[in-house]
Ligand binder design. Structure first.
Ligand SMILES: [Zn+2]
Length: 142
């Protein structure tokens, strides 16, 4: 998986199983990455860098703090990241902070889950899926 460093803007390649054991740090500036399981909260700058460098499909959860269903969905998204984190890059985008990115990817309602392959959006789903629904949705598309 790729981790974007918010301190020095470096993109680090991290082994997902190591990341599940302890918080990985940036190889360039030693800042600790703040992962939620294997989900990384990302800015537009980080998103674009990961988009350019990732060979794996990218799954993005678009959310906002005021959104109740988003709060509920967050832990589900994290749980699924533990299962697919070695094959899929899991990102989380705050739609309030990253409005242009959300508009660019056509986000209208949240929570929205977007699947990207080869830098293109290939599918998306709206609403808070449960664990089984999200697992199924991901496994049938990667
Ligand atoms: Zn760094």
């Amino acid at each position: 998986m790729l981790c974007f460093c918010h301190s020095c803007s470096a993109v680090n390649r991290i082994n997902p199983s190591d990341a599940q054991e302890k918080a990985p740090i940036c190889g360039k500036c030693q800042t600790e990455f703040n992962l939620h399981d294997l989900v990384q909260e990302i800015t537009t700058e980080g998103f674009d860098k990961i988009l350019r460098n990732s060979k794996d499909p990218i799954l993005v959860d678009f959310w906002a703090e005021w959104c109740g269903p988003c709060q509920q969905y967050g832990p589900t998204f994290q749980m699924v990241s533990k299962e697919f984190g070695d094959r899929v890059q899991f990102l989380k985008v705050n739609t309030e902070k990253e409005q242009d990115l959300s508009a660019r990817l056509g986000i209208r309602g949240i929570p929205a889950t977007v699947l990207i392959k080869d830098s293109k959006v290939v599918d998306s789903v709206s609403g808070a899926l449960n664990y089984d629904q999200l697992r199924q949705w991901v496994s049938s598309r990667i």
